[in-house]
Design a protein around this ligand. Structure first.
Ligand code: CA2
Length: 150
């Protein structure tokens, strides 16, 4: 397999997801973001996917990373955290780069407060995975592999 066969996936995580595994295990599970990152790297390797994993609590930083992804990545997996429900800026950045997007949430948004039912990302994503905890990120990677080989 040559390096050009390897697809690069940017995995973005939004505010407070750096606290994963440290608080609220009932909603978000016990795995840390580093644990999920490790699993994604390993799983990605088996499918010739190079996974770059980033987290920020800052909306503008997420927007910058999305803009930069245009020339460096083939796809984006995103859990925008609470910005999912508020950020037109993240939506606009995702629309501008024209890469396939899979949206992930650890918790099942539809079992939670009504304000979490609205996502500014879902209707511009190829698909949404929510409610499966950290495993959802691996499911998203499988889905992205299928999307990229279509
Ligand atoms: O379920 C998800 O993945 C969410 O994107 C998580 C966000 C929440 O605002 C979304 O509605 C759904 C919150 C992330 C907060 O993560 C924490 C993790 C551990 C302890 C406290 C917060």
């Amino acid at each position: 397999m040559t390096q050009s066969d390897t697809k690069r996936i940017l995995v973005l995580n939004g505010p407070n997801l750096n606290l994963l595994g440290m608080r609220e295990p009932g909603h978000y599970g016990t795995a840390t973001l580093a644990d999920i990152n490790d699993l994604m790297q390993q799983h990605g390797k088996t499918m010739a996917l190079d996974v770059d994993f980033r987290q920020s609590n800052l909306e503008g930083e997420l927007v910058n990373w999305i803009q930069e992804a245009r020339n460096n990545f083939q796809a984006i997996i995103i859990n925008a955290g609470a910005y999912t429900h508020t950020s037109v800026a993240i939506r606009d950045a995702l629309l501008a780069i024209d890469l396939p997007i899979v949206e992930v949430h650890l918790s099942n948004l539809y079992k939670r407060e009504e304000f979490r039912h609205k996502s500014y990302i879902s209707d511009i994503a190829q698909g949404v995975i929510c409610g499966f905890g950290g495993r959802g990120y691996l499911m998203a990677l499988d889905a992205m592999q299928d999307i990229l080989s279509e």
